[in-house]
Design a protein around this ligand. Sequence first.
Ligand SMILES: [Mg+2]
Length: 227
Amino acid sequence: MSQYKYLLFDADETLFDFGKTEAMGLANTFAEFGVEPTTEIIDEYHRYNKSLWRALERGEITKTELKKERFKHIIDMFNFKDADPVLMGERYVYHLGQGCYLLDGATEVVKELSKKYSLSIVTNGVAYVQHTRFDASGLKPYFEGLFISDEMGVQKPEKRFFDIVLETLGASKEECLVIGDSLSSDMKGAHNAGMHKCWFNRTGEPANVDFDIEYEIHNIEDLYQIL
Ligand SMILES: [Mg+2]
């Protein structure tokens, strides 16, 4: 038996296949606005969206700005004069909520670990999207907590985010293991909060961080070796 009692899972790209959801969401949104989603447009969206998320994690922009700016950038750059970036952002969030895809092995691992541990989701995702997908996922009965930054007013990697999680669960930081794919939000956040962490390194990239990561896994089933 490990020292942990609480497992704090990131949602996207840790349990949920966000890549698949995102591709479907973008295709449906652009179709509604009569935009042909070329590789150039999709690549530019990904590049710019990623930079906005990093800015959000640094506290430089708000979620509302992110949701609008990522489409405003595409509309301006590719000259789609008639499209409203706020409306496009809203439709995209709607479509994301319709796409619930779990990563391979996620359901089985969650079911198994829920027999021995208290499980929670800790996510920076958009509240509407996370709620609708979590409801549709079939995972809900196995989780004690669903912590969404939008609803907490604070986000990963801020220490306060994890302080609220600890207070709500009645847990100590030593009893928790944070599991996630992101170095900048999940691992950095766990580090800021003084918690142990497990990096779900799905792509085999090097860990370019200035702190220790206790565990690294490449498949979700690898958690059985740790827990
Ligand atoms: Mg993630």
